[in-house]
Design a protein around this ligand. Structure first.
Ligand code: 5RP
Length: 225
C-alpha cells in the first residue's frame, strides 16, 4: 500500500522541478512515487527533464517516466531528490535501507541542492537505526572486526530471492552496524571514522551539511522542515 505521507512529500517536491532541469535521482519507494508524479507532468506539460539515477531501481523508473538519462561526466545536477530511512531533529540522515547509499551520496555531493523527501514516520529526535555500510567483499572480515572495535553490533545484510549476502549495484556487500543512539554532535565524526576504514566504500550516514531541505509528508499534507 502506498503511504500517503510518502505521496504528499513527493508531490510537494515536484513543485521544485522546472523545465530543462538536471536532477539527481535517489532511490527507494518515495523516490519512485516522485518519479511517477514527474512522469505525469512530463506527459501532460511536455516538460524536458534530465536525470542521473543512483540505482537500477530508479534508473528504470526514471526511463519509464520519460526522464532523459545522463551522467556525471558532463552534468552537475541542479537539484537532487532522495528519500531517507531516518532524519533527526538537526536534519542528519541515515540512508541505505535499499543499499544504494554510495551512489546516492556521490550524486548528492555533486548536486547544487539536496532535498530529502520522507514520510513523517522517519523523523526521530536522534538517529538510532543500524547504519548501512557498503564494504568491498574482500575486506568484509577485516572491516567487520574494526566496526566491532568501534562499538557496533554488525550484521551482514542478506536479502530474499537469492541465497547469500546482498550484493549492491556496485558489486559490494552491505553490513548494518548498530551503534545505538547517535548524538547529533557526533554524526560528522562518526561518518569520517567509518569511511576511514580501509575496505569501506561508503556509509549511509548523511550529515546535515549535505542536506539543504527536508520535506516531511503526513496523511493529509507535507511541509518543509
Ligand atoms: C536507499 C535509500 C532510500 O532512500 C531509503 O531507504 C528510503 O526508502 P523508502 O523511500 O523506500 O522508504 O536510502 O538506499
Amino acid at each position: 500500500m502506498v503511504s500517503n505521507g510518502k505521496y504528499n512529500a513527493a508531490k510537494l517536491a515536484l513543485k521544485l522541478v522546472k523545465d530543462g532541469m538536471v536532477l539527481g535521482i535517489g532511490s527507494g519507494t518515495t523516490v519512485e512515487i516522485f518519479l511517477n508524479l514527474l512522469g505525469e507532468r512530463i506527459r501532460e506539460e511536455g516538460l524536458v527533464v534530465y536525470g542521473i539515477p543512483t540505482s537500477y531501481q530508479s534508473y528504470y523508473a526514471a526511463i519509464r517516466n520519460g526522464v532523459k538519462i545522463i551522467d556525471l561526466v558532463e552534468h552537475e545536477p541542479e537539484l537532487c531528490i532522495d528519500g531517507a530511512d531516518q532524519v533527526d531533529a538537526k536534519m542528519n540522515c541515515i540512508k541505505g535501507g535499499g543499499g544504494a547509499m554510495t551512489r546516492e551520496k556521490i550524486v548528492a555531493k555533486a548536486s547544487k541542492k539536496v532535498v530529502i523527501i520522507v514520510d513523517e514516520s522517519k523523523l526521530v529526535e536522534r538517529l538510532s537505526m543500524p547504519v548501512p555500510v557498503e564494504v568491498l567483499p574482500f575486506a568484509y572480515g577485516y572491516v567487520e572486526r574494526k566496526l566491532k572495535e568501534m562499538g557496533a553490533e554488525v550484521k551482514l545484510r542478506h536479502g530474499s530471492g537469492k541465497i547469500g549476502p546482498v550484493v549492491t549495484d556496485n558489486g559490494n556487500f552491505v553490513v548494518d552496524c548498530d551503534f545505538g543512539e547517535i548524538d547529533d554532535r557526533d554524526v560528522e565524526e562518526m561518518e569520517e571514522r567509518v569511511k576511514f576504514l580501509t575496505g569501506v566504500v561508503e556509509s549511509g550516514i548523511f550529515p546535515k551539511k549535505m542536506i539543504d531541505q527536508v520535506i516531511a509528508g503526513s496523511s493529509s499534507s507535507a511541509n518543509f522542515l
